[in-house]
Design a protein around this ligand. Structure first.
Ligand SMILES: Cc1cc2nc3c(=O)[nH]c(=O)nc-3n(C[C@H](O)[C@H](O)[C@H](O)COP(=O)(O)OP(=O)(O)OC[C@H]3O[C@@H](n4cnc5c(N)ncnc54)[C@H](O)[C@@H]3O)c2cc1C
Length: 457
């Protein structure tokens, strides 16, 4: 009788799951294992929105495994110690898991390898579970990663795409290993009121319906804030409830300009993963150094607080920040505008903004959040690091009728059309009727300050 353990981390699914497939093919019995490791909480990743979504994912995974004759074993404690205990108890000779890219994931992997070696158990770390193209598989000459997106995209698109694996039809799980109860979303306090429901089943449903209804129009509509027509698949991808390879496969099979544009966005996801894999310190340190340009002190603190609360006086910025608080998710255009506003108009350190986002985003991800923040702040991989997004011009372009702002800033709901983007232009009584703050800073003064504080590249 041979036994393999599948250690689940950011890959909470049964479809297109290389570690589960390898274990199911190679062993008589399989232990699907998830460890709730307090080190994850200590590292600041365990925030209410993601814990709630995670609970949905685990519950759904357990259900899928039970439908196949198995179950999910949930343990609480240090990952290495718990895996080791399960291996010893079941006499497993192999552990399969997905390769991670963060420094945290790499340390865990190294510790696990060492511990299992002592027990005579082999660790198999599978590539192509979290990303489509594994970090390091395509590199430019003379470097360990691509620092510019366009040439990366060219090489990425030319890579052969693996055919997604079907979910195993049956599984046998040894009866021995005890399990903690699968966590429940209802037990997680302080969750955003309109947080999406998690889980592979929900993700697959969303993928199917979104591809059918919205993929063709994606190229024209992905920046339409009021239209809200992007896929919202990011949290399912973050938790691995959906396989990025399968999403690319299914989109590409439909073809057309919408599919090309959508697949290109998924390439951005891989791009940031390969940067982080090569430069794990970029989770916190500037990828390109531009020290000395952030404001500090009481004024900067007050500006940061107003930004967090969605009270900057710039309606588009405030709308997006309130969407984040309410849904645990924000439209990509909102993320770009709010991040640029904090880092380049208020000149507050991008790390402050990234921390706030990570505290709320259900898709909050070290690779995508930190490196997108760096991209916007001009410390990252943007080839035009000094560009500043004007929140009023962006609002007029991407929310031309003001529907997005009116949805999220009810104080301004009485203003028709694009006038909602510049409430300070109203005069006298009209203006007094709205309980809405004046702009924190004049945009041209903000721009002058940004130029003053900028360190030339
Ligand atoms: C400051 C900032 C912070 C961000 N933080 C995160 C984060 O923590 N987690 C996260 O998944 N995305 C992050 N993004 C990227 C992007 O905003 C989200 O992936 C996207 O808004 C998710 O919505 P969607 O699934 O509807 O996207 P769609 O437009 O439907 O795109 C499909 C998928 O492509 C990927 N994608 C799209 N744009 C990007 C991008 N710029 N970078 C990387 N992947 C992308 C996502 O996986 C997304 O689900 C951030 C962007 C910015 C500017």
């Amino acid at each position: 009788m041979t036994v393999s353990v599948v250690l689940y981390t950011s890959d909470l699914r049964v479809h297109d799951h290389p570690p589960l497939r390898a274990a199911a093919h190679g062993a008589d019995e399989v232990v699907p294992l998830f460890v709730r490791d307090p080190a994850v909480a200590r590292a600041g990743f365990a925030v209410p929105n993601r814990l709630a979504f995670l609970a949905d994912c685990l519950e759904d995974l357990d259900r899928s495994l039970r439908e196949r004759g198995g179950r999910l074993v949930v343990r609480e404690g240090d990952t290495v110690s718990e895996v080791r205990a399960v291996v010893r108890q079941t006499d497993a000779d192999e552990v399969h898991m997905a390769a991670g890219v963060t420094a945290f994931a790499r340390r865990r992997e190294a510790r696990l390898r060492e511990a299992l070696e002592e027990d005579g158990c082999r660790l198999y770390v599978h590539d192509g579970v979290v990303t489509v193209v594994p970090p390091g598989d395509v590199v430019p000459q003379g470097s360990d990663h691509f620092a510019v997106f366009t040439p990366y995209h060219r090489r990425w698109a030319a890579e052969p795409l693996r055919t997604p694996f079907a979910a195993p039809r049956t599984l046998r799980v040894p009866s021995g290993p005890r399990s903690e109860p699968v966590p429940r979303r209802s037990a997680v306090p302080d969750v955003s009121p309109a947080l999406l429901v998690g889980g592979e089943r929900e993700g697959r449903k969303r993928l199917t319906s979104w591809l059918a209804a919205h993929l063709d129009g994606y190229e024209e509509r992905h920046d339409d804030l009021a239209g809200d027509a992007t896929s919202r698949l990011s949290p399912y991808l973050h938790f691995g409830a959906l396989s990025a390879t399968e999403v690319v496969h299914r989109a590409a099979a439909r073809g057309g300009a919408g599919a090309d544009a959508f697949v290109r966005q998924l390439c951005w996801r891989d791009f940031h993963h390969q940067v982080l894999a090569a430069r794990p310190e970029a989770a916190d340190a500037d990828y390109r150094s531009r020290s000395g340009r952030w404001r500090t002190g009481a004024d900067a603190e007050a500006d940061l607080a107003a930004w967090r609360e969605g009270r900057t006086g710039y309606p588009l910025v405030d709308a997006a920040m309130r969407q984040l608080a309410h849904e645990g998710w924000m439209h990509n255009r909102g993320r770009l505008v709010t991040a640029s506003f904090l880092a380049k108009t208020l000149c507050v350190d991008w790390r402050e903004g990234a921390r706030h986002f990570l505290g709320l985003l259900v898709d909050g991800d070290v690779a995508n959040n930190q490196l997108n923040w760096q991209w916007v702040a001009g410390t990252g991989t943007d080839t035009r690091p000094h560009r500043v997004l004007n929140p009023v011009a962006q609002a007029k372009r991407y929310d031309p009728e003001g529907g997005y702002v009116r949805r999220w800033v009810p104080e301004l709901a009485g203003l028709d059309g694009p006038a909602v983007h510049e409430p300070w232009r109203l005069t006298g009584l009209d203006r007094a009727a709205f309980d809405y703050p004046d702009p924190l800073v004049d945009l041209s003064e903000g721009l002058a300050r940004f130029r003053r504080l900028r360190v030339p590249s």
